[in-house]
Design a protein around this ligand. Structure first.
Ligand code: GTP
Ligand code: MG
Length: 328
C-alpha cells in the first residue's frame, strides 16, 4: 500500500484490513476508496480496489439468502470520530451516554440491561463526536459483533464503577478485549507487529465518583493500579468531570479543528473542519472540495504560521484552531 496516502485514507485502509464480516469489509472498503485522492498516481490503486469491492459485493449478493438483515451493531460513522463505551454490567455506560449525548438508552440497576448498541452525538466544544453505548462485556457470553464494533471504533472508553471492585472490573474487561486481540495502545510494545492485533487508544472512566467518599475510593484505585492508565474520575449522576471527559475524548481522537476563511470575509468559527492531527493545507483543501485540491493557487494561515495571514505552501502542516484562506 503506498504510504503517501493522506492520514484519513490510511486510517480507513486500516479499518478495512481489520474488518471481519463481509458487510464490514464492503462498508470500510467503500469508505477507503472515497478517501483516496484522485490523480494519476493513484489510478491503479483505485482500479484494483474497485475490483475488490465489486467481488465483495458479488459474494454478498450470492450469500444474501443466508445472511442476516442489517445488524444493530453496524453503526454508520458520524461526526469527528466513533467512540465505544465498554465495560462490565452496571458500571453506568448507558447513564454516561444519556448524560453526554442526545441519546436515551435505558438505565437500570438490574444487570444486563443493554442488549444492543445505541449511538448518540456528543458536542465537545464545537465538534460533534459519536459515542456508542454497548452491551456489557461478559465472560459468559462474548458477542462477536460487539468486538467487531469495538475494533472499528477510533477510541475506547472503558467504564468501571469506583464503588464496586473497580480493579477487578478493569482487569476483567481488558482480559476479554485482549483475548480477542484488542490491545490498549500503550501496551503496543509488548506485542509483535502482527496485523491480527488491533491497538486502540483507551481511556478508563472511574464512574460513580459522586462525592468525597467516592473520591477517596478513586484515590485508592489509583494506588492499587500497577500500570499507568489514562484514567478520569467521573459521575454520570452529578455530572462531575463531564466537561474534562469531553476534552479527553477530543484529545484521544487525535484530530484538530481548522476553520475556512473565504477571501475578504471572516471565518465561521462555529463550523470547524475536523482533520487528523498533522494534516496539511492540501488535505484541508481536499476536505472542503475537490476543486480546491485540484486548483489550489495559494493559501494563507492565521495561527500556526509565523505571522498572521502568512502565505504558506500546500504541504504546510496545520494545527488545532488554525484559520485558512484558500484561493483557486
Ligand atoms: N451513584 C451513581 N449511580 C450511577 C451512576 N451512573 C449510573 N449509575 C447507576 O448504576 C446503575 C447501572 O447504570 P447503567 O447505565 O444502566 O449501567 P450499564 O453499564 O449501562 O449496565 P448494562 O447495560 O447492564 O451493561 C443504575 O442504577 C444507574 O442509575 C453514577 O454516576 N453514580
Ligand atoms: Mg447499559
Amino acid at each position: 500500500m503506498p504510504t503517501n496516502l493522506p492520514p484519513d485514507a490510511l486510517q480507513a485502509e486500516k479499518r478495512y484490513r481489520e474488518a471481519e464480516t463481509l458487510e464490514d469489509k464492503i462498508a470500510t472498503l467503500d469508505e477507503f476508496i472515497g478517501l483516496i485522492p484522485k490523480h494519476k498516481g493513484t489510478d491503479h490503486l483505485r482500479a484494483d480496489l474497485r475490483k475488490q469491492l465489486s467481488k465483495l459485493k458479488a459474494s454478498a449478493q450470492a450469500g444474501k439468502k443466508t445472511t442476516r438483515q442489517d445488524s444493530a451493531f453496524r453503526i454508520v460513522r458520524e461526526g469527528a470520530g466513533q467512540v465505544a463505551i465498554v465495560g462490565v454490567t452496571n458500571v453506568g455506560k448507558s447513564a454516561l451516554v444519556a448524560a453526554l449525548t442526545n441519546a436515551t438508552p435505558e438505565v437500570s440497576s438490574a444487570p444486563y440491561t443493554t442488549w444492543e448498541p445505541t449511538p448518540g452525538m456528543m458536542l465537545a466544544d464545537n465538534v460533534q463526536i459519536q459515542l456508542i453505548d454497548t452491551p456489557p462485556l461478559s465472560r459468559d457470553y462474548v458477542e462477536v459483533e460487539l468486538l467487531s464494533l469495538i475494533r472499528r471504533s477510533d477510541l475506547i472508553l472503558l467504564v468501571v464503577d469506583v464503588q464496586t471492585q473497580p480493579v477487578q472490573q478493569l482487569e476483567e474487561s481488558i482480559a476479554i478485549l485482549e483475548e480477542h486481540r484488542i490491545i490498549p495502545l500503550h501496551r503496543r510494545d509488548g506485542y509483535p507487529d502482527d496485523p491480527r492485533f488491533t491497538f486502540k487508544p483507551l481511556l478508563v472512566l472511574a464512574n460513580k465518583c459522586d462525592d468525597r467518599e467516592s473520591e477517596e475510593l478513586f484515590e485508592i484505585l489509583c494506588v492499587l493500579l500497577e500500570e499507568k492508565w489514562s484514567i478520569l474520575p467521573v459521575s454520570a449522576t452529578t455530572g462531575h468531570n463531564l466537561e474534562q471527559l469531553k476534552q479527553a475524548v477530543f484529545d484521544g481522537l487525535a484530530v484538530m479543528r481548522v476553520y475556512a476563511k473565504p477571501p475578504g470575509k471572516d471565518p465561521d468559527l462555529s463550523r470547524p473542519y475536523v482533520l487528523p492531527k498533522g494534516s496539511t493545507v492540501e488535505e484541508f483543501a481536499r476536505k472542503i472540495h475537490k476543486d480546491f485540491y485540484d486548483n489550489l493557487k495559494s493559501a494563507r494561515v492565521w495561527g500556526s504560521a509565523t505571522f498572521d495571514g502568512q502565505a504558506v505552501s500546500r504541504d504546510h502542516v496545520l494545527h488545532d484552531g488554525d484559520v485558512v484562506e484558500l484561493r483557486i
